[in-house]
Design a protein around this ligand. Structure first.
Ligand code: ADP
Ligand code: MG
Length: 840
């Protein structure tokens, strides 16, 4: 049963008992009240009876009227009292009351007898004695009767008193009884309730303590259907739920322990990460600062200094690896490591052999870490150990696949490099290697860029000169075309016309000289751009001899002429003995040197020193030290005015001169032409007011070409059938005329197509052409196409090509394969004859 129900029941019982008590109390109170009323009524009756007795006695004494009246009144009120009394309900009381009424009635009768007796006495004195006797008797009877009434009233009073006492007693009893019952019920209820509450509550308290301590396996398991049972079941289900949602204390302890371990691990990891971060920062810092540097040594210095200051290490240096000698060369030593390096004999430049020092692993690309080198037996670690060093790391510097150096770091304590630091050093060495590689690449790139710029400048120069050359060549072509007939006719006239007057001959000779001069100027103009004629053979030239010759040839210019003006020019020679010969055209080189000497003399109007120098310059291949280029340098130096940058740039151009009327501007242009034809090189080293050095560099051939001697001239062919093709009628006519003088039969064709037609016609006939002479530049069908057609028809027919373009055919690579000989305009009779002789 539920506790509340129990309590309610107890309450109801108690309440009903209280109600019963109240009812009992009420009824006893009413009873008591009744008894008290009875008692009062009895008292009243008693007093009335006593006062009636007293009045009776008083009347008996005095016999006065007033007392009798009083008695009458009293008796009446007593009667009324007896009649009106309703308090006495009990049968016994009623009997007593009835007795009282009857007695009272008797007494009234007796009193009336008394009164009448007295009155009779008064009237009948005689009968006094009897009457008195009667009176006494009556009085005695009345007194007895009143006495009986008094007893009755007293008994009534006594009875009411007893009744009241009884009521009081029964009320008391009832109160005691029911109060006891209430107390019993309450006590029993409390006891039972407490019994059913305290123990489970105690168990619940224990359970709470256990569950609170984390033992979620604990259950109360109460079966009771009361509130405690409900609470216990709620508690159990709570524990069950807690079990599902939380973990037990033991598990918590385990988890906590695991967490503690994890925290420690994490702290360690964080510490490592901090160190790693610091190293990364350092790496970043170093990388950034080496990124800003371009030369190896400063890169190495930055790295070493950073390691000394920030890692920090006690000794640090970078060694470069010489693969051929299998040695390390100490290249950079840290500032703080300097004294130690001296002590260890590892100053800058020290060579360290690899094999015997156990360094081979490192130069094979492995990072070497020795925790304590005091126990290592190789000389290199021992050398470091002697300096008090213990921990050693050797990090290879690798560029692409090759190791080019080693970063050496060491500390005084053993086991002091952790894996993080080793990794850091490995990464650092990679960065350093990369930066070094980049620095080298940058250097190479810079060099290449400089070379390229120089090349670009010289290409531009060449292009300019080439354009000028083409222009000059064009002009030369036109002039040559124009003067060709004049030259041919003049020569022919002088040779053939024997009857010409002396004056005429003189004029012709002047004309011929003038033509020669014009041709010479044009030739010189063309010189600087002319390419080496294929038939012009290079011969070995002894440069020292040549220089001597030129000095002698130009003596007038550097010695006599200045002396006349009181100026002294000293000529010095610095000729290298046993100078190798070069391949070249003797005359051209001589002419070039002559021009250079003239210019040098011109540059020293106040006198000075003219030096001619010869020497061999050898370019070696870095790696193999093998000679890849051997050159002979010929230098012409003066201590003259020098050239400004602008003049230096332009001096090779034809017609460029700073000498006004005196100069032609063709001297250096010719030198340049010669240089080009000899595949040589010219350098101009000049400084204003300091002097100029013109340096010509000729390649020394590895194998001397066979000397080709020009064959001697023998009989000139005559009486051949020759086809001459040219679009210029003047040239055509003059050629025809002079060839006919030599007895040839000449057919001329006016243009390429006409030439092909004439040749075709003659080819099938009995008189084919023995040779074809053609101009190169003709409209529609030019010399090249003509030669092609002819050779297709008759491959054996030789073709001579005339050109006002000089040797441009050759350098443009345009020489038609079918052309046997190229002659420049204006053709000299002798050259023409020589060409004919050669090809026929
Ligand atoms: P030219 O001698 O007729 O002037 P060049 O072609 O020989 O023509 O020389 C061109 C210019 O180069 C000269 O006018 C002179 O300004 C300059 N030059 C040549 N050689 C020297 C030199 N040795 N010292 C100073 N200037 C020189
Ligand atoms: Mg000159």
């Amino acid at each position: 049963m539920k506790i509340s129900t129990r309590l309610k029941l107890a309450e109801i019982i108690s309440l009903s008992i209280v109600v019963v008590i109240a009812v009992i109390l009420l009824s006893t109170t009413l009873q008591m009240k009744q008894e008290i009323a009875k008692n009062e009524a009895a008292d009243e009756l008693f007093q009335a009876v006593t006062s009636l007795r007293y009045l009776t006695l008083e009347y008996a004494l005095r016999h006065d009227e007033r007392t009798r009246a009083q008695w009458q009144l009293r008796s009446t009120s007593l009667s009324k009292l007896l009649d009106s009394t309703e308090e006495f309900t009990k049968s016994t009381d009623k009997v007593v009351l009835t007795e009282l009424k009857r007695t009272n009635g008797n007494i009234e009768k007796l009193f009336s007898l008394l009164v009448s007796n007295h009155q009779e006495l008064l009237r009948e004195q005689d009968k006094a004695e009897i009457l008195e006797e009667l009176e006494t008797r009556l009085l005695g009877q009345i007194t007895n009767k009143t006495q009986a009434m008094i007893s009755d009233t007293l008994s009534l009073s006594e009875q009411s008193r007893v009744g009241a006492l009884n009521a009081q007693q029964s009320a008391f009893n009832a109160v005691i009884l029911f109060g006891g019952i209430v107390v019993l019920v309450v006590t029993a209820t409390i006891y039972v309730t407490l019994r059913s509450v305290t123990r489970p509550l105690e168990k619940l308290r224990e359970g709470i303590a256990k569950v609170g301590a984390g033992n979620l396996n604990f259950t109360l398991g109460f079966k009771a259907q009361d509130e405690i049972g409900d609470l216990a079941r709620a508690f159990d289900s709570m524990t069950e739920k807690l079990k599902l949602t939380t973990v037990s204390r033991d598990a918590l302890v385990d988890i906590n322990e695991a967490l503690q371990v994890e925290i420690i691990e994490r702290q360690q990891i964080e510490k490592k990460a901090q160190a790693q971060l610091a190293r990364l920062n350092l790496l970043h810092q170093i990388t950034r600062s080496i990124g800003e540097r371009q030369d190896l040594r400063s890169i190495f210095q930055v790295v070493i200094r950073s390691l000394e200051d920030h890692l920090p290490v006690d000794f640090s240096c970078v060694c470069l690896y010489n693969q051929t000698q299998n040695q390390l060369v100490v290249t950079s030593v840290g500032l703080h490591s300097e004294s130690l390096a001296q002590e260890l004999g590892m100053t800058q430049g020290t060579h360290i052999d690899i094999d015997e020092n156990g360094l081979s692993r490192c130069v094979r690309g492995h990072l070497v870490y020795e925790a304590d080198i005091s126990g290592v037996n190789y000389p290199f670690p021992r050398r470091l150990a002697n300096g008090g060093l213990r921990g050693l790391v050797l990090a290879p510097l690798r560029a692409e696949a090759t190791i080019f150096g080693v970063l050496v770091v060491a500390k005084r304590d053993a086991h002091c490099f952790n894996s993080g630091e080793c990794e850091f050093l490995r990464q650092l060495s990679e960065h350093v290697a990369l930066a070094s590689n980049q620095a080298q690449l940058y250097g190479a790139l810079q060099q290449a860029y400089d070379d390229l710029r120089q090349t670009q400048q010289s290409v531009m120069q060449q292009e300019r000169l080439r354009a000028l050359g083409q222009m000059a060549s064009g002009i030369a072509h036109d002039i040559n075309n124009a003067i060709s007939p004049v030259a041919l006719y003049t020569e022919s006239l002088l040779e053939t016309e024997k009857n010409i007057s002396v004056k005429g001959r003189n004029y012709l000779q002047v004309i011929a000289r003038a033509i020669d001069d014009v041709a010479a100027t044009v030739a010189r103009m063309r010189e600087f751009y002319r390419q080496r004629a294929p038939q012009l053979t290079l011969t070995p030239v002894n440069v020292n001899n040549l220089v001597q010759q030129v000095i002698d040839l130009t003596r007038a210019r550097w010695s006599d002429m200045p002396q006349q003006r009181g100026i002294v020019i000293t000529v010095q020679t610095e000729l290298m003995p046993d100078l190798p010969e070069i391949m070249g055209v003797h005359g051209e080189i001589r002419e070039a040197l002559t021009n250079l000497i003239f210019n040098a003399v011109d540059a020293m109007p106040e006198g000075g020193i003219l030096t001619l120098r010869t020497r061999v310059a050898e370019n070696l291949l870095e790696s193999t030290k093998e000679i890849i280029l051997k050159q002979v340098h010929i230098e012409v130096s003066d201590t003259g005015v020098g050239m400004s940058e602008d003049i230096r740039r332009r001096c090779l151009e034809p017609f460029f001169t700073t000498k006004g009327e005196r100069g032609t501007g063709l001297g250096l242009a010719m030198v340049y032409g010669m240089i080009e034809r000899h595949s040589a090189n010219i350098e101009i080293l000049t400084e204003i007011n300091q002097g100029t050095t013109m340096r010509l560099s000729f390649l020394v051939p590895t194998v001397m070409n066979d000397v080709v001697k020009t064959p001697l001239t023998v009989g000139i062919p005559t009486h051949r059938r020759i086809l001459v093709v040219d679009d210029d009628p003047m040239v055509l006519k003059s050629l025809r005329d002079i060839l006919e003088i030599d007895g040839h039969s000449v057919i001329s064709a006016d243009g390429g197509q006409a030439g092909i037609d004439s040749f075709n016609d003659a080819h099938g006939s009995e008189e084919p052409f023995s040779v074809v002479i053609t101009d190169l530049g003709m409209p529609y069908v030019d010399g090249r196409r003509l030669a092609n057609s002819i050779k297709q028809l008759s491959p054996s027919t030789p073709i001579i090509m005339l050109t006002g373009w000089g040797q441009r055919l050759v350098d443009d690579g345009e020489t038609p394969s079918h052309v046997d000989c190229v002659l420049s305009k204006p053709p000299k009779l002798s050259e023409l004859r020589e060409a004919l002789r050669k090809i026929l």
